[in-house]
Design a protein around this ligand. Structure first.
Ligand code: ADP
Ligand code: MG
Length: 677
């Protein structure tokens, strides 16, 4: 490998492939080498520079081998300590040498000390840096000096890349700094620039960069949105016959929120553009009914609808429910699962292809090649975050044969905080069910350390005696599914021993689908009193008589998972309890999570706090593969910029299409294409 290609390889590890990437490779922080502090006055816990002469230097071997020097200036003495060092450093840092140290000062056993400072030999009176020193994200074998040099070269030879992409009126409106000035300032801040503003990224130069980044994201999302409107979709009008009959058959009234979102969806279906709507609603808010209404609208217009769910249990449950609702109305509902026998499956496929089946419900099996729809008008995807972009697209393309694209409704019980839906989901329309059906009694959450298991056993006994049903959720063991299964079986055996008189069932991911369905049915019908389960029951399972849930090792689970699990109880009118068992000691993050889930039941609030804990990367999950993540903007801190970028995106697309294109190319390059269709 030549030296150059070695450097190139290292740069590509940092996501840098060309000069533009280099130019936009901005510092993670800055060091202040523009001034010297007197040793006697250094502030604690802050990175500062001092200069002095080495007055003592020795290799100490206890407690472990380390190089310890004493550095003195006019005001005092400071210890410099290296825990890892080369032999050559012992000679370099010899008594009498004058050094400049940059580091954080802590008070150690022998007074003020710096551990592993940045240290270099200087001569008396050597000039200070005249600007803050940028520190760049780096990778092994690529020095700061090297990165700085490469960036400097890129800046010098590519000034044309720094042209302004935002029109004057917008710059003035939001009081933005110029692009060129901002880039230059962040790479080479002038001495008078405030270090604090640079570090906190509140400096106008940073705000401009963040604005640009958010704008690029908004532009690409809006383009996807507009592009979709260049396709046509079947116009599905709302007819009242089936709808009325269906609503009359229900033994409850829709909530105001359900009616509102149903109307939003209905309006979309009634338009010639493919709907791409995300329906958000907390666990138990009643999304299924809303999906059913949408499916009816497609069916009434002579089109088919499909509902795809991420697990067999959930798909099966949807099938039961919707078939129960629809078949009395004379609608044919088909059920497609990966585990069906060949012959049976073929019959279902034939029904879907001929159009006999008006609604098809299933798992991933629905978007496989053999599935051909007669005329798909609406694809509904439940728990959309469980599917990748490609899977969702595949189902959608199923209906695209006739030149029209079907409408798509995505449902999510993992609420997406508003800032996220404004940014990463800006290509979708969003409907929110912000109200639970009436008559639910709130769930009481209890945190119990697992050495108090006995109390829990008593509670289970009491609940079952009162005719209630109980979930026992086994610990998540991420490293090994086999181990998880084993634990679940052992738990089931133990509980059977503890409760010889209870009817106990076990459900887990490896159970053949028919058995899984049989266990779930038995639980639903009350034949099983205590259901031991792995996290397979996390999504969608709906058994209103179950009012007590025990979750083992809750400290290992993520917030949205805990919220989903807990949402399996509190579905009936009984007061429900969710017991989170945990093992001590708790890590800092686990403690925070448990506190949040203990204090809140509102999924949107939990999601907001989850976002703060984890940042958007992990939060986005599958969507992450389709959308470039923000590198600079912070959605919490930069909410105002996000709003400004949102407004600017439409203005640019309408009035300055060339600038919009240039802006997207600058920030997203080839990444812009990911989300097409
Ligand atoms: P989720 O939004 O979690 O998918 P579901 O659609 O499964 O929620 O609904 C949860 C439960 O609430 C179901 O038993 C459903 O029949 C019931 N439900 C839905 N809407 C209402 C309503 N407006 N009034 C009373 N119960 C309702
Ligand atoms: Mg659901």
């Amino acid at each position: 490998m030549t030296a150059q290609s070695a450097v190139r390889e290292k740069l590509s590890r940092l996501g840098i492939r060309n000069d533009l990437d280099l130019i936009l490779h901005l510092p993670i922080r800055y060091e202040d080498e523009t001034r010297l502090f007197a040793i006697a006055d250094v502030p604690q816990g802050q990175t500062v520079q001092i200069e002095g002469v080495i007055v003592h230097s020795e290799v100490v071997v206890r407690p472990r081998r380390q190089l310890v020097c004493q550095v003195e200036d006019n005001s005092g003495v400071l210890v410099m300590r290296f825990l890892n060092f080369y032999g050559s450093q012992i000679k370099t840092y010899a008594v009498g040498k004058r050094v400049r140290l940059l580091g954080e000062v802590r008070s150690g056993f022998f007074g003020a000390e710096m551990v592993h400072p940045k240290c270099r030999i200087v001569h008396a009176g050597e000039s200070l840096a005249d600007a803050m020193t940028p520190v760049y994200p780096s990778t092994a074998g690529l020095s700061q000096k090297m990165i700085g040099k490469l960036i400097g070269q890129a800046l010098q030879s590519n000034q044309q890349m720094l042209t302004e992409s935002i029109p004057d009126n917008i710059i003035r409106k939001y009081q933005l700094a110029g692009f060129r000035d901002s880039v230059m300032c962040l790479h080479n801040p002038l001495p008078e620039v405030s270090l604090a503003a640079l570090q906190a990224r509140t400096h106008p130069a940073w705000r401009r960069i963040k604005f640009d980044e958010l704008l690029a994201q908004q532009l690409s999302m809006r383009l996807h949105y507009r592009q979709r409107r260049s396709h046509t979709a079947p116009v599905l009008t709302q007819k009242d016959g089936l709808r009325q009959a269906f609503l009359a058959e229900l033994n409850f009234q829709l909530t105001a929120a359900q009616m509102r979102v149903a109307a939003e969806i209905s309006r979309d279906l009634n338009s010639p553009y493919p709907m791409q709507r995300l329906l958000q609603g907390d666990v138990g808010s009643g999304k299924t009914i809303v999906a059913a209404l949408a499916a009816l609208q497609a069916i009434e217009n002579g089109y088919q609808a499909a509902i795809m769910a991420p697990t067999e249990i959930l798909a099966e449950q949807h099938f039961q429910k919707l078939a129960g609702w629809f078949e009395p109305l004379g609608i044919r509902v088909a059920w497609l699962s990966g585990s069906q026998k060949k012959k049976q499956k073929q019959a279902v496929l034939d029904d879907i292809a001929s159009g006999t089946a008006q609604l098809a419900i299933g798992t991933h099996a629905l978007f496989q090649d053999q599935v051909i729809f007669h005329q798909l008008g609406l694809a509904i995807i439940d728990e959309q975050h469980r599917f990748g972009v490609h899977q969702r697209l595949a189902l959608r393309m199923k209906g695209a044969q006739s030149g029209q694209v079907p409408h798509q409704l995505m449902m999510s019980a993992t609420p997406i905080p508003r800032t996220l839906s404004m940014s990463y989901f800006a290509d979708l329309d969003v409907s929110v069910i912000d109200e639970l059906p009436p008559g639910r009694s709130p769930i009481v959450t209890k945190l119990i350390a697992d050495n108090r298991r006995d109390e829990i056993i008593v509670r289970i006994q009491q609940a079952c005696e009162q005719g209630k049903q109980v979930y026992w959720v086994c610990p998540l063991i991420e490293e090994s599914e086999t181990l998880q299964l084993q634990t679940a079986m052992e738990t089931c055996e133990n509980l059977t021993r503890v409760f010889p008189h209870l009817r106990i069932g076990l459900v887990h991911g490896r159970l053949p689908p028919q058995e899984k369905a049989a266990v779930m049915l038995a639980f639903k019908q009350g034949e099983i009193q205590l259901l031991v389960a792995t996290t397979v029951i996390e999504v969608g399972v709906d058994v209103p008589n179950a009012s007590l849930m025990v979750i083992e090792n809750a400290e290992r689970m993520g917030l949205s998972q805990l919220h989903q699990l807990r949402g399996r109880v509190g579905r009936g009118t009984e007061a429900s309890i969710c017991i989170l068992m945990f093992q001590q000691p708790l890590s800092e993050i686990a403690r925070k999570r448990l506190k949040i889930i203990f204090e809140h039941t509102d999924g949107f609030e939990i999601a907001r706090q989850d976002l703060q804990l984890r940042g958007p990367g992990e939060f986005l999950g599958a969507r992450q593969s389709g959308v470039p993540l923000l590198r600079f903007a912070d959605l919490e801190q930069d909410g105002d910029l996000l709003k400004a970028a949102q407004a600017t995106a439409d203005e640019l697309l309408n009035n300055y299409p060339q600038l919009a294109e240039q802006h997207i190319a600058r920030w997203l390059g080839e990444k812009a294409g990911y989300l097409r269709v």
